[in-house]
Design a protein around this ligand. Structure first.
Ligand code: GRF
Length: 290
């Protein structure tokens, strides 16, 4: 349970203890202050007393928790936490800029048609934003998309990515919550995987576990599917671990492989599936897990 909380809130062990302490002290303080205030209440029927007490506790709790969070150094965490609760309760009238946002970095090496769909999907989204495009190929189409959309782009190079700090400082500066691979051909280094456990998602243009692994990308995948005379292909959206195309599959969708299909025709059909499903599945994953 502690481990899943740590992952959910993206905090270390010590911070988790401080957060739990804040909850506990804040909660007791709320109870204590609530009782004290209620003692001054004139005599009212029991049902009204209970109603007033619940309302009072609901109002006091955020204040108490925020107060306690200061000395324990957890103010940032709790102010975000409380804003998220308010948002879930329907207080959408807060200014959009004040809402806690989940930040996505898209890693892409190619044309970027999936990146474009993801950007389109989250444009104007109240709680999720694409804030960074990461690309290893100067001149790749996805960089033009970044310019057109006004999204910062980071061009990465081999040495630093694989043998240096893996651009973790840039990820932290942009407060990245989720990394989305959309046609990113490099293997993700373990430093990034450790920093973002279960927070890196990939889309693969076939039905994993078949037709995955090293060298299985783009046309290679479709040509292998055709060579195996498969009647069906599809897409797999999965978590990224330290092996190619191996992490837990989150979602799959199928399409037929038709008589006379070529690599191009199959690519098109698969792309259509990707464009339909990737962004909504990312949104679902963020809402449930991030
Ligand atoms: C997609 O087919 C995706 O499945 C694979 O790379 C391709 C990227 O295409 N991982 P695009 O650059 O998004 O058009």
């Amino acid at each position: 349970m502690f481990d899943s909380l740590r992952k959910k809130w993206k905090v270390g062990g010590v911070q988790l203890l401080l957060i739990i302490a804040t909850f506990a002290i804040g909660g007791s303080l709320t109870g204590y202050a609530g009782k004290k205030i209620m003692n001054h209440l004139p005599l009212v029927p029991d049902w009204l007393w209970t109603l007033i007490y619940i309302a009072l506790i609901t109002l006091l709790w955020p204040v108490a928790v925020l107060l306690v969070s200061f000395p324990l150094g957890q103010y940032r965490f709790f102010s975000k936490y409380i804003r998220r609760i308010l948002f879930k309760m329907g207080f959408h009238s807060m200014k959009a800029g004040e809402l806690p946002k989940k930040h996505i970095a898209i890693f892409a090496s190619g044309a970027g048609s999936n990146a474009q769909k993801i950007i389109d999907h989250f444009r104007g989204h109240p709680t999720i934003r694409v804030v960074l495009i990461v690309c290893n190929k100067p001149g790749a189409g996805v960089l033009n998309i970044a310019i057109k959309e006004g999204i910062p782009a980071l061009i990465i190079e081999t040495e630093r990515f694989f043998r240096g700090d893996s651009y973790l400082p840039e990820m932290e500066d942009a407060s990245i919550d989720l990394i989305v691979l959309a046609g990113f051909l490099w293997k993700v280094p373990s430093a990034l995987i450790q920093k973002y456990p279960e927070r890196i998602i990939n889309i693969h243009p076939a039905l994993l576990p078949e037709f995955g692994g090293k060298g299985m990308y783009g046309a290679n995948v479709h040509s292998a599917v055709l060579a195996a005379a498969k009647k069906q292909s599809g897409i797999s959206i999965h978590l990224v671990d330290d092996q190619y195309d191996h992490g837990k599959v989150l979602f799959q969708a199928n399409c037929p492989v038709q008589e006379g299909d070529t690599i191009e025709s199959l690519t098109q059909r698969i792309h259509a599936l990707e464009h339909l499903h990737y962004a909504p599945e990312i949104e679902k994953y963020i809402k449930e897990n991030v």
